[in-house]
Every structure is written in C-alpha cells, then in structure tokens.
Ligand binder design. Structure first.
Ligand code: LLP
Length: 417
C-alpha cells in the first residue's frame, strides 16, 4: 500500500505530499486496495464462516460500504452504529446488536430493524422479551458469555476476563439459556464471546473455542438448537513491524478446534467472527504537518494532529510507526512527536530515530485505520480533520474536514444568560 518514489511516500499511486497540499493537514488517508486485501484474506481463510465487521473500529460510511458490498455482516455496539450499518448497506440478517448496556430505546430500535441480539445480562433479556412481546416480534439472540480467558493483551482491551464488565459469567450461562427458552418472544440460537483486542498469541482464541464448546454441549442438552457460535474479533495487527498472525494463521489455529466442537454436537452451528482492527487497521495513514521543532531536553516535533485525532498512544501507550513523508534521508536524530493539545500526555510517538525534521515537513503515522478517527474528538476546539480514500491514482474525500460551525452546531444559549 505504501512505497517511496524519489524519497516521497506514496499511498497506492498517489503522493502523500500532493494529498496534503490538496486536502490540507491533518488528514486520514485510506487505501482501498489494502482494505480489499484484508477483506479477501478473511474470505479465503474462513470461506464458510459468517464475518461480521466490528463497526466500532472505523465507521466511515464509504469504508463500511466497501465492507458491506463484500457480504460481510456487522457487529454494532449502539443505536448509532446500527443506524450507520443499515445506511451503508449491511444486510440486517447479518447484523448482531452487541453491547453491555443497551437502553430500552436501543433495544426497541434493534427489534424494529429485525437484527439479532447478543444479550449481556438477565435484565437485558427481560427487556428484550417485554419489548418484543409488545411489538409482536420474535427476536433471535445469543448470550455473550464471559469465558474468563486471558487474551494476553493490553489490560484496557482485555474483555473476557472474569473481572471485565462484559458478558454473563460462564457459570450462569445455562441459567440464562433456560430462562430464554421459557420466553415467548425470544429464541436463543447462538453463543457469543469476545475475549479482547490486538491479540497476537492465538492460543487464547483456541481456549475460548474449547470453553464455548463445552457450554454449547450443555445448552444442546436443554433442547436448544444452536445456529451459530460467535467467537468475536480481536486478531492483532503488526504495529511494530515485528510480524503478526494473519487471518489464515487464525483459521489454522481455530478451525480444528471448531471442528472438534462440532463433533460433540448434534447441530452444526455456523462459525461467526467479528474482526475490526484486522480489516481496517493497516489501511490508513494519518498525515500531519510539522508546525515547530523545539530542541531542549528532548527534540520535540510539534505537529498539527494530536490526541484529538489519534488517542491510542495517549490512552493505551500504543506504538504507531512514524515516517517522514516528504523526504528520505539517513536517520539522524531522536525525535518525540507531539500534538497541539494542551496536555502533557499529547504525545504521538516517543524517541524515534528519523531523518532531520524541519518546520513544514510532513509526518505519516501508520496503521491508524482502526480506532483512530473513530475515537476522535473536538477537544481544545479542534475540528475533526478530513478523511480521504485512495484507489490507484484516484482520491476522494470520504469525510469532509469539520468547520467551526460543527463546533457550535448543537449549542444553545438560553435567553436568560
Ligand atoms: N466484537 C466485540 C464485541 C468487540 O467489543 C470488539 C472490540 C470487536 C468485536 C472487534 O475487535 P478487534 O477485531 O477490532 O480487535 N479502542 C481499542 C480497541 C477496543 C476494542 C473494543 N472491542 C484500541 O484502540 O486498541
């Protein structure tokens, strides 16, 4: 997806210098080709599985549309994500409404849209039953089970440990299915779990499959026929250039465990997956302009993007590779790349050896397609930047840069002040 031509960084056939001039900085730039490669990799690795894209990773409509056109389903985590998934063309029969704290309004919207639910609590189950009954609908559900598995990732993105807020504890799983079976407007048809994100060691996925397999067997004994087993997302990507497992590697690890699981069941539940990061993460670069270089205790490179646009380094201490996009040269100096936000934590990259940087240079921060723009804010009165899609020589804005109008669009000033 990226290459160097005469020292300048290109995304597909387009120079990043030209993109920055044409669309301004900061700007998120996504390669359509890379996105399609990632989608293909999943299709090839899991031809028979249902692949639900985790919308939270990147909810740009054009990006979602490309994924929907490839017949992926969608994992949505809020009413807004459900709205976006329907708008970008995901087939409602392949949408799963996830979430650990759904409001009655959200439940109502999901039922109205005829999507399936992953149910995270007994209270949610009861709410779905009563709203579905009122609407005279039958809702297909899975329970999200917390399998108490350590995904060996950053603690803030581990979701399947017993101390995590997600899912129904495994020892309450049968009770949940029994309760659902007795309900009139709910049909328990699946099991769901999601153990965490940016997982590079595949063994926790296999352990999760084994645990879910045991629970599935018990559930079958209750007389429930399972249509699907959803193992969630979580496959990590190669942020550090040290390698990461591919979708194919995941399939090699997971499919034997899935076959084993099937051999113990009467029904043949389909495998569902919910990849987010591994679909969009490496598709996108954040281009940001150097406003100042300040030499002191450290060499600070102050750029025009901060944690308002990319919060991962500040929030999780995440590592993103950084390149100087407008020129090549010997790596000469140690630089710390900082944003314009009024917080000491606004550091995008620490202590990187890079070619000599000057005001006006263009910096590229790599692998920001997942949880990048999606987690942006207007903090410090900074408008969100544009997003651009590249395909071969073509470029198009897929989200316009916000304006000051967007900063105040929803503000109201009472007449009594
Ligand atoms: N399914 C469920 C139920 C999830 O909660 C998530 C992510 C996914 C699927 C997709 O996981 P993925 O394939 O993208 O790892 N903001 C954090 C990541 C939070 C992940 C939340 N859940 C980050 O920037 O690393």
């Amino acid at each position: 997806m990226i290459s160097r031509r005469n020292g300048i960084l290109f995304i597909e056939e387009v120079s990043t210098v030209e993109i920055a001039e044409k669309y301004g900085t900061p700007v998120y730039v996504t390669s359509k080709e890379q996105l399609e490669k990632n989608i293909e990799a999943y299709k090839k690795a899991f031809p028979n599985a249902e692949k639900l894209y985790a919308v939270k990773a990147n909810n740009n409509l054009s990006i979602m549309k490309i994924i929907a056109l490839n017949k992926f389903g969608a994992d949505v985590f809020s009413d807004g994500e459900l709205y976006l998934a329907l708008l970008s063309g995901f087939d409602r029969s392949r949408i799963l409404f996830n979430g650990n704290s759904k409001s009655d309004r959200e439940i109502e919207m999901g039922i109205q849209a005829d999507v399936k639910f992953s149910v995270d609590s007994f209270d949610e189950l009861k709410a779905i039953e009563s709203i579905a009954e009122r609407k005279e609908k039958k809702v297909e559900i899975a329970f999200r089970i917390n399998p108490d598995i350590d995904p060996r990732t950053h603690p803030k993105i581990a979701t399947g440990l017993k101390e995590s807020k997600f899912g129904i504890p495994e020892d309450q799983a049968l009770k949940a299915y029994e309760m659902a079976m007795r309900m009139k407007s709910v049909a328990p048809v699946g099991i769901h779990c999601h153990i965490g994100s940016q997982i590079l060691d595949l063994s926790p996925f296999v352990s999760a499959m084994e645990k879910i397999g045991k629970i599935a067997k018990e559930i079958e004994k209750l007389g429930i026929q399972l249509d699907f087993i959803d193992l969630g997302g979580g496959l990590g990507i190669d942020y550090e250039g040290k390698g990461a497992p591919s979708a194919e590697d995941l399939a090699k690890a997971l499919l034997p465990a899935y076959e084993e699981l099937l051999s113990n069941l009467r029904a043949e539940p389909k495998l569902w997956l919910e990849p987010g990061r591994s679909i969009v993460g490496n598709t996108t670069v954040l281009l940001t302009r150097v406003n100042a270089v300040k030499r002191g205790y450290k060499n600070f490179v102050a750029v025009d993007a901060g944690f308002n646009l990319l919060i991962r380094p500040a929030m999780y201490g995440s590592y993103h590779r950084v390149l100087v996009a407008n020129k090549e040269g010997e790596e000469e100096e140690l630089y710390t790349i900082v944003g314009p936000i009024c917080e000491s934590g606004d550091v995008l990259a620490r202590d990187r050896m890079l070619p000599k940087i000057e005001k006006g240079d263009l910096i590229a921060i790599l692998d920001v397609g997942a949880y990048g723009f999606a987690m942006s804010s207007q903090y410090n009165g900074r408008v969100r930047c544009a997003e651009v899609l590249v395909s071969g020589k073509r470029t198009a804005v897929i989200r316009e840069r916000e304006t000051f109008g967007d900063l105040v669009a929803k503000h109201r000033i009472p007449e009594w002040i």
